[in-house]
Design a protein around this ligand. Structure first.
Ligand code: NDP
Length: 284
């Protein structure tokens, strides 16, 4: 039987509607909407599209959004000064610096300069540490989106074997910690993992965050498994595909996310959700 599709567009629309309601409640209580400030340095075309999409989504959900577009020649000290100003501004609830930064700018120093209470990308070490320790904090948007999609299946993750392929700070590591928090038995795989297909065969849940087109063979997916494909790969013909061989995998999986239209739309929805959460937490 073909897998059921986890429709990221529909779930993202539901999350955005929830955020819009929460934003309206916040505005009523505090006399201003939650505010998200996005910093874009340089002219990377993909980053420009991402930022425009974030700007539009924020406006649609009733957030006050502002984008700071800085030239690629921006000095580290100028970027840090802007982040210090936004961190100190009481009307700003969320700050996001679009990555990657142009050469010459230090990403770690940049993310460290954001007030952790406004770090809606969840990359500040304080928030990363909170996730490790199982404490409250702001956590990365894409992994949060994956967890929300997993919730849509209605499956109890406790005791399930979850395989995360990829160990980046932005996706692989945080999703593994979130799955662990949901009591799954988590295996992490990466470029040095041996017998990856074997690990895939054993998994009840597969999260692929690699960045290699169709690297996970569909035949290796266990019957009924849940497949969350984070990968976004552009093929030579201009089309997008994920890290999983979708067509074969959907014949075996119980649930699967398409690419595009799966995890992708969830990332922006969870960014809005993080911003409203940050606004309420700061107002307490
Ligand atoms: P990174 O490049 O930071 O990480 C990729 C990971 O994949 C690394 O941990 C790497 O292992 C691992 N890997 C590489 N080759 C192999 C292999 N042959 N076998 C097993 N593991 C391998 O990427 P990101 O985590 O930032 O992103 C992953 C993918 O998700 C990309 O396609 C990206 O475009 C997409 N993405 C999608 C988002 C969305 O909104 N849907 C948001 C963010 C990312 P090692 O550590 O050993 O090098």
């Amino acid at each position: 039987m073909a897998a059921r599709l986890l429709d990221g567009r529909a779930v993202a629309a539901a999350v955005t509607a929830e955020v819009a309601e929460a934003a309206a409640r916040f505005r009523e209580a505090h006399g201003r909407p939650p505010g998200l400030e996005v910093v874009l340095v340089g002219e990377d075309p993909a980053s420009q599209v991402y930022v425009r999409n974030k700007e539009r989504a924020a406006a649609k959900a009733g957030l006050r959004g502002a984008v700071h577009r800085l030239p690629a020649s921006t000095k580290q000290a100028e970027l840090l000064a802007l982040l210090a100003r936004l961190s100190a501004d009481d009307a700003v609830d969320g700050i996001l610096v679009q990555l990657p930064l142009p050469a010459g700018l230090d990403e770690l120093e940049t993310t460290d300069a954001i007030d952790p209470a406004k770090d809606v990308d969840g990359l500040h070490p304080l928030n990363a540490g909170a996730l490790v320790a199982g404490r409250p904090g702001l956590f990365p948007c894409t992994p949060r989106g994956c967890m929300r999609l997993l919730a849509e299946t209605g499956l109890d993750l406790a005791g399930k074997r979850a395989l995360v392929v990829g160990r980046s700070n932005l996706v692989g590591k945080p999703i593994a910690l979130m799955l662990l928090g949901a009591h799954a038995t988590v295996t992490m795989a990466h470029s040095r993992t041996r017998d990856l297909a074997e690990r895939v065969r054993e998994a009840d849940v597969v999260v692929a965050a690699i960045g290699r087109p169709r690297m996970i063979a569909g035949d290796a997916i266990a019957p009924g498994a849940v497949v969350i494909d984070v990968g976004i790969n552009r093929l030579a013909d201009g089309t997008l595909c994920g890290d999983v061989d979708f067509e074969r995998a959907r014949e075996r999986a119980g649930w699967i996310t398409p690419v595009p239209g799966g995890v992708g739309p969830m990332t922006i929805a969870m960014l809005l959700s993080n911003t409203v959460e940050a606004a309420f937490a700061r107002a307490r």
